[in-house]
Write a protein that binds this ligand. Structure first.
Ligand code: NAD
Ligand code: ZN
Length: 358
């Protein structure tokens, strides 16, 4: 098999060839049809996350070992199965749930393997789908596509799943106004999902005008560019001011921040109404000073969201099958073009999602 590997952080990916593994027990060998290119793959390529104040969280300190084959949005056809596998058959087209856990910790025991204390996620802690074949440790992590387009399905394992989980969290206070910051792979999915499962008016925020046509097509009721003055500011006529006035002068009930950098979280906190709900999802990172009294006085909730669980992914596949959500796939690359795919994402050339078709 041919796999693209990150040899070490910031090094170009190289293609390596190896023998196809033989699946044992519950294992499944998948012939990869389509693999989503996620911004998280860029963080893995760069070796970690920006913590702000010049600090950097290295993925190696979280247990990642290089060289690694990235890719956690994997769709494939089952090539071969281990002796114990009965829930799927050779020839099935499946989506992989990549957020695998230990199966033993409190999170895993309630089905939230995505929040495992010692995660084994594919494409991060074990080799992933930037490859023509990949070995799945257990067939329980596979969901049949049953008619969903393979390229579109890839994003349901990560961007779609994370967007779904975030929108569910944002919907607990039945928002009249929901602000979605960042109209990239995650944000565009969230707009569609929010349109389908909430009653909220959706305000989409980005600092790049090119994202807004698609955002509106996906269902955004309003779009706001936070970059009009070159920097985000408050005060009359500012983006913050505009958003608050759209929200009847009171502010947004819920905000999901798919960027989660100092500039965007400042906006989020500035537009959140009393009893508002802020969900931080993006991993752009940095750090921020916040005035503490406003949190109790406004009784706001700030929470994180990290991917979603297997059941969420199955629900999401069902929404896609019914045509309620249609992931935007705008570019396709071969396995040999992985470096270009990641460079294009970094240079913000991708609308929605790009996929690799090995
Ligand atoms: P993307 O690159 O496709 O989209 C990011 C969007 O944010 C773009 O539209 C960009 O124009 C916009 N943006 C960037 N900086 C901005 C700013 N300062 N103000 C306003 N808009 C800005 O990325 P993506 O694939 O949607 O992922 C978004 C983030 O979410 C990444 O950091 C990714 O690693 C992270 N992520 C988190 C989870 C999770 O479970 N928490 C899962 C997947 C991805
Ligand atoms: Zn991802």
């Amino acid at each position: 098999m041919k796999s693209a590997q990150i040899p070490s952080p910031n090094e170009p990916l190289t293609i390596i060839e190896s023998e196809n593994p033989k699946p044992q027990g519950n294992q499944v060998l998948l012939k990869v049809k389509s693999e989503g290119v996620c911004h998280s793959d860029l963080h893995l390529w760069e070796g970690g996350y920006d913590l702000g104040d010049g600090k950097f969280l290295k993925v190696t300190d979280r247990g990642v070992k290089y060289p690694i084959t990235p890719g956690h949005e994997i769709v494939g056809t089952i090539e071969e199965i281990g002796d114990n596998v009965s829930n799927v058959s050779v020839g099935d087209d499946v989506l992989v749930f990549p957020w695998m856990g230990c199966g033993e910790c409190p999170a895993c025991k309630v089905g939230d393997e995505n929040l495992c204390d010692t995660p084994k996620s594919m494409g991060l802690f074990q080799n992933g789908g930037y490859s023509d074949y990949t070995l799945i440790p257990d067939s329980k992590y596979l969901a049949k596509l049953d008619g969903v387009d393979p390229d579109a399905a890839t994003s349901l394992a990560c961007s779609g799943l994370t967007a779904y989980n975030s929108v569910k969290k944002a919907n607990v206070n039945s928002p009249e106004f929901l602000v979605i910051i960042g109209a990239g792979g995650l944000g565009l999915m969230a707009i569609q999902i929010a349109k389908a499962i909430t009653k909220a008016k959706i305000i989409c925020v980005d600092n790049d005008d090119k994202k807004f046509d698609t955002a509106k097509k996906m269902g955004a009721d309003y779009v706001i560019n936070t970059n009009v003055t070159g920097s985000i500011s408050s005060g009359i006529g500012s983006p913050t001011d505009k958003i608050i006035s759209i929200c009847n002068g009171k502010g947004a009930d819920s905000v999901i921040d798919f960027v989660n950098a100092p500039q965007t979280v400042k906006v989020a906190l500035g537009i959140l109404r009393k009893r508002g709900n802020l969900i931080l999802v993006g991993l752009f990172g940095g750090s921020l000073e916040i005035s503490l009294v406003t949190i109790p006085l406004k009784s706001i909730t700030i929470q994180g969201a990290y991917t979603g669980n297997f059941d969420d992914m199955v629900e999401l596949l069902d929404l896609a099958r019914k045509g309620v959500i249609n992931p935007v796939i705008s570019k396709r690359y071969s396995l040999d073009e992985v470096n270009t795919a990641l460079e294009d994402l970094k240079a913000r050339k991708i609308i929605g999602r790009a996929v690799i078709n090995p």
